[in-house]
Design a protein around this ligand. Sequence first.
Ligand code: ZN
Ligand code: ZN
Length: 433
Amino acid sequence: MSRALELYRSLPRYLTTRTVSGRLPSLAGAAATTTAPLRLRDRPTPSRPGPDWVTIRPRLSGICGSDLATVTGRSSFYFASLVSMPFVPGHEIVADTQTDVTLSNGTELSAGSRVVVDPVLGCAARGLPACTGCAGGHTSRCDRVTSGHVSPGLQTGFCADTGGGWSGALVAHRSQLYPVPADLPDERAVLVEPLACAVHTALRAAPADGDRVLVIGAGAVGLFTLLALRAYTRAGTVTVVAKHRRQVELARLFGADEVLPPASAVGGVRRGTRALRLDPEVGPPYLLGGVDVAIDCAGSASSLSTALRTTRAGGRVVLSGVPTGSVDLTPLWFRELELVGAYASSAGTAAHPAVRLDAHSDDRPDNQVNGHAGGRPRERSDFDRALELAASAPLDGILSATYPLDRWRDALDHALSAGRLGAVKVAFDLMTP
Ligand SMILES: [Zn+2]
Ligand SMILES: [Zn+2]
C-alpha cells in the first residue's frame, strides 16, 4: 500500500458540472481546489504491467500547469479520451528505483538509484512496435497512447495503471527513466521534466540565427523556455512578457534582453521592431511587422492572441502552455503565420537504439537538426539536454515550496497563485511521512 492523491471523478462528468454551474471562468485560487475531485487515500502499489517495468518511490513530485488545469476543470474535453480513471496525477518526478533495472540504452541501475521520469507513455512502454512518431524519436507524437497492455493515458500521471508522482509509489517502464547524477540535488532534479518540455519548445520554435523572439508568460514554462532558447538556439533579441516582479527579475537573470508587462506587450514589440501598430475599433491592437517567433507559454486566450498579433508576416507562433479558451485566428490567416504545437518532450533515437532509423550525426546546431517541420529523426533526447540545464542554470530557489501530500489543498492553492506569491515551482515532498 502507499499514500496517493487520486483524481476519482470522470473528467467529462466533472467538467460538465463545472460548465453547467456557470462558474468556469471565475475559478481561481482557493475556490478552485475546494471542489477538486481529488482524495488522499491508501492504495495498493500499482502492479508492474510487464517485466520491463520497475517500481519507483518519488522523492519530490512537481505540480504542473496541466495538473492545475485538470483539477480545476479548465482542461479541454479533448483530454477525456486520453486518460483512464481513476488516476494519480504527478508527472514531474524524481524518484528512487526499488529494484535493479537495465535502461533501454543499456545503462544498468541498481536498486535505490535516483531517476527522473519521461512521463510520455508511448509505444515502448506499451509493448507495441514503434509508430511513426516513436520510430523517429518524436515520442511525444506517439499515436498509440490509448493502446497496448497499459490503460489509456498520454502520460504517467494520467493513466489508471501506472500510478503517478503524487504518491508514495508508482511503476515506470525502463524506457522512461534517466539516472540523476550524484551531484544534482533533488530540488533541481525535480525540474528536469519541465525543463525537457522547455527544451522541446525551444527546438520546435527553431529560431534562425539572430531571430527576434517573444516569450509570453514568465511562470515555470516561460522562464524555462527562455533558458532553453539561450542554451540550445541562436535566437537574437528575446523579449519576455511577465506579470509579477519576481518573474521580471528571473527573466532578466535567465537571459531576457527586455521584459514587458502584459499591457505593454504590443507597444513594446512595436518599438523594438519598428512595426506599424493598428488599433481596430473593437478588439486588441495588433502589428504589421513584429517578432520572428512568438511563444505562448501562458496558454490563455489573451496570451495566444498577443502572440498572433505581434508576429511578423510569415513568422511562427508556438503553443507551449495547455491552450484554454478560443481566439480570433484572423492574424494567422492574414499574416500567413505558422502555428506550431509543442507538447511534452522527445526521447530521441539514441535512447532507443532498436528503433533507430539510420546513422545520424548530432553535431549540427539544434536549430538545423530539429527544424520545426520535425521530419528528421532526433538523436539526443530533450531529457539529456534538460539534465545539462538542471545542473548548469541558475536554478537555486526555483523550487519555491514543498508540501507533504496531506497538505495537498495548500500545495495546489500555492501553485495556482505561484506568480503572485513570487513562487515558480511548487512540489510535493514524498520523503516526509
Ligand atoms: Zn507538465
Ligand atoms: Zn508510438
